[in-house]
Write a protein that binds this ligand. Sequence first.
Ligand code: HXC
Length: 286
Amino acid sequence: MPLPKSEYLSEVWKDGIFNNKVVFCTGGAGTICSAQVRALVHLGANACIIGRNVEKTENMAKDIATARPGAKVLGLGGVDVRKPEALNEAAAKCVKELGSLDFCIAGAAGNFLASMNQISSNAFKSVIEIDVLGSYNTVKATLPYLLESAAKYTTDGKTPPPNGTGGRIIFVSATLHYAGTPLQSHVSVAKAGVDAMAHAVAIEQGPRGVTSNVIAPGPIADTEGMARLSKASSAKDSMKKVPSGRYGTVKEIADATVYLFSDAGNFVNGEILVVDGGAWHTAFGG
Ligand code: HXC
């Protein structure tokens, strides 16, 4: 049974806006990234999702494909974003099987709760490598194809495309590092690096028509990240910090993704789109 559209996409978007587009997504079997990809597929895209767990990734690809009759969704499991060769192969396979690679979501991440005096050097390194090096490897592997796509959809790299967009990157970050978050030093450092990378890519590749933005989800209900973080005593009050008085939904992250990849996001580059109901503004005592 296909997941009801109301679970992952608002009604405001027009069907077919991503026809002939292909999205490549690391961490694509996770709760947030799968909703992002499902929304893009519903609106016309084909997709290639990457994950470490083979069964989980292949099953999620089949499930996402139910979002639109005729959708092609490739699930490439056994790929660790810390291994550049594996990502290069995955990106090449995506283009060979689906014809292009127009959008990239760097979403693979690692997280657990650990204080500075508990966390081992190797554990800290694991998270930095998955989040920062993994995002770098993802951009490195996909950039040649993103540049081709950007060139296809712009005339001179400056004029807004007349018939759709290509060559777009979204990094999935967090808001943990805007203020100190206990037990999250490793992730905070990693996500600050991811944000910095997005800015650098925006400036460097913008002249070639590629855009690079960040989505920073706040507390989003029913995600693996929240399940891990909610074990911390500091998380117990996190709902009170959201001005809207509720957690976000994966659908709200998917809607932000559609906006940034659509023609509506043409002139947005190097930005961090925080989707947290205003929660981080209360970080210092709201
Ligand atoms: C302390 C831990 C640990 C824990 C693992 N380690 N789990 N240390 N507390 N709970 C340590 C290990 O002991 C080891 O250090 C080191 O980390 C590497 O462990 P491995 O299992 O070998 O690593 P690896 O297979 O690379 O696993 C990476 C991982 C793991 C990050 C540690 O948790 C993972 O695979 N996570 C992927 C899924 C995930 O985290 N999803 C949630 C994303 S949500 P030693 O010293 O013993 O060798 C997210 C959102 C953030 O990121 C923002 C939320 C708002």
